[in-house]
Design a protein around this ligand. Structure first.
Ligand code: SF4
Ligand code: SF4
Length: 229
């Protein structure tokens, strides 16, 4: 049977920029109904991978290029998840691709609160790809928050990657919290009802635009961990 190292090597060759493994047992703190086994009972391990997002799309005046790359990268990561799953199936492994963003079923209309079937940023943390910042985004030491994350559930036990040991937020940093025009961040969560009108802004033409990504943009670690962080 294939091991964790070989599997990650294959997935990196297929186009992922990062890849890690989290045993399903690491997800015990996930909300009830949102653990990997709630999606697929036989799940033993979660393979988490990510692709880089072009840095040039972030620190510019127009929100259109970032919206554009976000749309493309979400599709690319989803496509890669499907390709990985097909490859694993050929090896006799049951593999379940999880969407990088949507669709999902859980929705609280009054709070405009949606919950993904599996939280990608938490999965990435549990697979050793980075740590969560106070802006609620995963921060990887090399690529910062400029990554799009995907995951595949598998029915085989694989060795998990160690959780990262680096800190991503200096204790006294609150740049992202202070900069949010909606006051949507509290250092632990994002209030989706406040954030959504800007991060998923619908213009008169009907396009959904990432009008705001300030919490991503202002983070000193957004392109990778700064040495003094
Ligand atoms: S995307 Fe904008 S509105 Fe939403 S949490 Fe970040 S800074 Fe606040
Ligand atoms: S701006 Fe500061 S507090 Fe916010 S995520 Fe970045 S390092 Fe952490």
């Amino acid at each position: 049977m294939i091991n964790s190292e070989k599997l990650k090597e294959i997935i990196l060759k297929m186009g992922a920029d990062l890849c890690g493994v989290a045993p399903a047992t690491r997800f015990k703190k996930a909300p009830k109904g949102f653990e990997p086994e709630d999606i697929c009972e036989e799940c033993k391990s979660v393979i988490v991978f990510a692709k880089k997002v072009p840095k040039g799309s972030l620190n510019i005046s127009s929100c259109v290029p970032y919206t554009h790359v976000n749309n493309i990268l979400t599709q690319e990561v989803d496509r890669l998840g499907v390709q990985i799953s097909l490859k694993l199936e050929d090896m006799g492994i049951k593999a379940v691709p999880i969407p990088s963003d949507d669709p999902y079923e859980y929705w609280e209309r009054d709070n405009s609160y949606g919950r993904a079937v599996l939280s990608m940023r938490h999965a990435a943390y549990l697979a050793g790809l980075g740590a969560l910042g106070k802006n609620t985004l995963l921060i990887n030491k090399d690529y910062g928050n400029m990554i799009q994350i995907g995951a595949v559930l598998v029915n085989i036990e694989l060795e998990g990657d160690p959780l990262v040991e680096y800190e991503v937020c200096p204790p006294n940093c609150s740049i992202c919290i202070d900069a949010c025009p909606q006051g949507a961040l509290d250092g632990k969560t994002v209030n989706q009802k406040l954030c959504r009108p800007l991060s998923n802004y619908k213009n008169e033409k009907g396009y959904v635009l990432k009008k705001c990504n300030i919490c991503r943009k202002v983070c000193p670690n957004n392109m990778g961990l700064q040495e003094d962080a």
